[in-house]
Design a binder for this molecule. Sequence first.
Ligand code: TPP
Length: 643
Amino acid sequence: MLEKIDSPKNLKNLSKEELHELCSEIRNVIVKQVSKTGGHLASNLGVVELTLALHYVFDTPDDKIIWDVGHQAYPHKLITGRFHQFHTLKQKDGLSGFPSRKESAYDAFGVGHASTSLAAAMGFAVARTLKQQANRVVAVIGDGSLTGGLAYEALNNAGVSEENVIFILNDNTMSIAPNVGAVSKYLNHIIANPIYNKLKKEVWEFTAKFHQLGEGIRKIVQKVDGSVKNLFLPGELFEDLGIRYFGPINGHNLNDLIKILNHLKDAQGSYIKGPCLIHVLTEKGHGWDTAVKDAYKWHASTPFDIKTGKKKASITDRPGLAKIVGDTLCSLFKDNQDCVGITAAMPDGTGMEHVINEYPERVFDVGIAESYAVTFAAGLACEKIKPFVAIYSTFLQRSLDQIIHDVALQNLPVVFILSHSGLVGVDGPTHHGTFDLTYLRMIPDMTVLAPSDEIELVNMIHLAYKHTGGPIAIRYPKGHALHSEYSVAQNTDLNIKKGVPHIIHQGDDLLILSVGFMKQAALEVYHRLKKDGFNPTLADARYVKPLDPEKYQQLIEAHKAVLTIEESMTAGGYGSGISEFMAAHNIQKPIKHIGIPDTFAVHARLSELHSMLGLDADSIYNNAKEFMSFALSSVSQLQKASN
Ligand SMILES: Cc1ncc(C[n+]2csc(CCOP(=O)(O)OP(=O)(O)O)c2C)c(N)n1
């Protein structure tokens, strides 16, 4: 059937049986596609009926459906004219893994980070009112995403507005890991309350039957509904905030979903006024038992075998960098009782899950609450506890003010461990960690480190534990170590000196300063330049901030030109720091920055992105050679002029 669905309008001609059949077809297509290319799985399988019901009842794209995070939007993509491109999912020039305004008019709001949907929906709703239009606005938020502060700011605003907006709470009790926090507990309490649910169902059916009758009946219905709530769920959170609450309802019963959404569509704006929230219960992985049994593991997946559910083995036996971070933290936690860990709903990708296993009482999963995580760490640090805040580079963007105002300004020795720094590949622009060097480097008293391999990574974590005099951040990429074996012990031979780059090869013409794991490409470039007859120096920056003034002055002055290489925005990055340093010290030398230009990098494999952005060894080499001929001619011109 999907073949024939060019737009959601086609759904409206399908019978209920056909819609049910379509649900199975969508699940099959998703499982098959993800098994080949990898992608998000369990969340998508969980929202198939909900997605069909929404598109069946509402008239998209005039009516707006706004997804939260957007990792569950595959069914939405499949029925909004993208079935034939679905095989290109998350591939270069193919469909994005997330809703994207560039990709389709049905993707009302672009997303990839959590907890934005309610706020965006409020914007859409107010715009609709200002423009005197009548379109509906629906936001779909997961229970995990409802742990983020931005969602509460939206509820706070929505509750006093009179905007007719529908919030759908897609509650599967899971974030990526099991959901955490008091609101999650509260939702479980609603789900687990059988008396309330039974009565609520009866009231709801009564409402549905009689809502087309006169105003008097409606008022009675509302009163009954209200008193049932007050009797069995006093202080109901959403109602008390001024948001009509409906549910909980079974998110896999397509007929009920359609009935309820239709009902609310008719009623909202007439006898039900203002914002409403429908609490929908879904099961992560629904329809594919393998994922249902372990929704955590199947939140997202690499390619796998559908029959066995076995994920295809990674092509490397080298350990993941996040695992090394986790193991190193475990060794520090063992000897130092003051160490605590903080994760914002990402224990797996940050290495914190290993620490949680060993020291559950000293690791705090605060939910999708990156801003809170940072200020929470600040409070801990005030009391001489040593917090390690492990957050993906892209998600830490959320916490900029907390880093500046609550940590750095107060000179607190909080340790930030940023995973997934630099380009992340097929997850694309919402997930690339390419802004961190810029947003961290500008903060006074912030120390920023970038290890170039796992040995430096381990040593920097040890160094960070002892660091005083303000916050310290270590940024490392997504991916694996360079070697199979690793030690979590501090390697004292390494001698990482504050602000001092590590000279790998000494030369005298081009000074190549490389940041972090770009060292691999830089080494190749170095050897090729050497073969061409140049005599470059290759240094691994280690410290992006601070820069040791004496060492840098001496290094730069001893060369004819400087080339900086980093997998981060060139605007405000390490290269900018070197240029600022040269300007401040009146050093005039040709300098070139290699990094991410002023653009949002798209989704594609890492190797593809590197060549598209000029960050692969070939491109850097060509760039370096061209730069050297320019630099050498400008140096000789300068010499002539001064003679
Ligand atoms: C700001 C931010 N932090 C972390 C993430 C990583 N993340 C992606 S999905 C997800 C869990 C979302 O849970 P929920 O909203 O309940 O959706 P479900 O997958 O359960 O359907 C997390 C933590 C993110 N996308 N954005």
